[in-house]
Design a protein around this ligand. Structure first.
Ligand code: ZN
Length: 409
């Protein structure tokens, strides 16, 4: 048996090995602790790289999320029992001009640099992971795993060789678009409407190249038609690294029942996310809507900003949240999406992608230190260890391995 499978079995069945058995009399807190010690826990989307390089943030120290300190760092990953995360190389997008493509490409590389520097500083605490095997091994060695994903294919420009280039820098997924249409496909949220009616010709080439290399295709953010185009062209299962169920919360960023069923048929996985407006319909007061509109207008809808401008824009956004506090969705609201998806397409196609530091937040999972509240809720709702292991990473890792194997890695 390959080493990786043995590691996996050790982790999955450790409680049996150790003769630990849990019954209804067990303290739920102890059971949550035991689960997090045993299984691999993975969050497939955090935007923490946007904070790297800033003077007011140190990923090696404990920051206070309730005082604007960001939602993830290594000390709080430890507290929350989160083993691994995909750190998103997020690239803001402006119009599709040569100068903007060039800037985005440079910016993507700068963020890769920051992530590799972070991994060097974190030696002994965390390490870059390039495959599922790496993550299981890091877990056994007591280290967190830093996976990298590229959010938005904009920096590829029209150069197909850049798919391999970003893979070689450590990226293991590419989110095809962000909130605006790009050269690859339409976005689900571009106010200007669609320009490709799905994937562009270059987008189709990107899918084939990602299949060839063995890279995960992230369908979060893309339009419904682009989603179905991807499923038609990709020979591999795909992932939605941070999306919810549209039937539970009607938002174009979420997946319809038809999309969820197609995703299951494809063998892929949807990673349920914390972003409040994708979790629960929130009715906002007109003054809040207006204040937000003004900030979006002032800061070019958060597109094409420098790092400094982005920090100022986020601060203005946070000010509104402070001034008009809304009741955030809860872990229970979040798990409603998991329940719904499990009922619709089964336990094998769902996972977790918080979008921490990109807007993801729940009232009772405000930062990564509170991740165990999700496990507690899953237990409370009757999910067993094996199911919880699948949700916390097993399903995503299954797809990850398939994509590697299909590409002959
Ligand atoms: Zn996103």
């Amino acid at each position: 048996m390959a080493l990786r499978n043995m590691l996996w079995l050790v982790l999955l069945f450790a409680p049996c090995w150790m003769g630990v058995s849990f019954n209804h009399n067990t303290d739920p807190k102890e059971e949550v602790e035991a689960i997090h010690k045993t299984i691999l826990t993975l969050d497939t989307h955090v935007d923490t790289p946007m904070r790297l390089g800033r003077d007011d943030f140190d990923v090696m120290k404990r920051n206070d999320a309730r005082r604007g300190g960001g939602k993830l760092d290594f000390p709080r990953m430890r507290e929350g029992g989160l083993d691994a995360a995909f750190f998103a190389v997020f690239v803001p997008q402006n119009s599709l001009t040569e100068a903007n493509f060039k800037r985005a490409y440079e910016r993507a590389h700068e963020t890769f640099d920051l992530l590799h520097q972070m991994a060097e500083r974190a030696e002994g605490v965390a390490a870059i992971a390039l495959s599922p095997d790496d993550a299981y091994e890091h877990k056994i060695n007591g280290k967190h795993s830093i996976f990298i994903g590229l959010e938005n294919g904009f920096p590829l420009e029209y150069d197909i060789t850049r798919v391999q280039e970003f893979y070689d820098r450590g990226a293991r997924y590419i989110g095809l678009s962000h909130t605006r249409n790009n050269q690859i496909c339409d976005s689900s949220t571009d106010p200007g409407g669609y320009i490709h009616n799905g994937l562009s010709e270059f987008g189709k080439e990107v899918i084939r190249e990602m299949n060839r290399i063995g890279m995960l295709i992230d369908v979060s953010h893309i339009s419904d038609q682009a989603f179905f185009d991807v499923l038609e062209i990709s020979k591999h299962p795909v992932v939605a690294t941070h999306s919810n169920a549209r039937a539970v919360c009607d938002h174009p960023r979420n997946l319809s029942d038809e999309m969820l069923k197609a995703l299951a048929e494809n063998g892929g996985v949807v990673q349920v996310t914390f972003l409040p407006s994708y979790v629960r319909q929130i009715t906002q007061k007109p003054e809040v809507v207006e204040a937000r509109r003004k900030v979006r207008e002032k800061y070019n809808n958060f597109q094409g900003l420098s790092e400094e401008e982005m920090a100022v824009a986020w601060a203005a956004w946070e000010d509104i949240n402070h001034k008009y506090p809304v009741r955030l969705p809860t872990v229970s609201d979040f798990v409603d999406h998991i329940d719904y998806i499990v009922d619709l397409i089964g336990i094998d196609h769902v996972g977790i992608g918080s979008d921490f530091d990109g807007g993801g937040v729940l009232e009772d999972c405000f930062d990564v230190s509170e991740m165990k509240n999700i496990t507690a809720e899953l237990l409370e709702r009757g999910y067993n260890w094996e199911e919880i292991e699948k949700i916390w990473g097993g399903n995503f890792m299954r797809v990850f391995r398939q994509v590697e194997n299909l590409a002959g890695r």
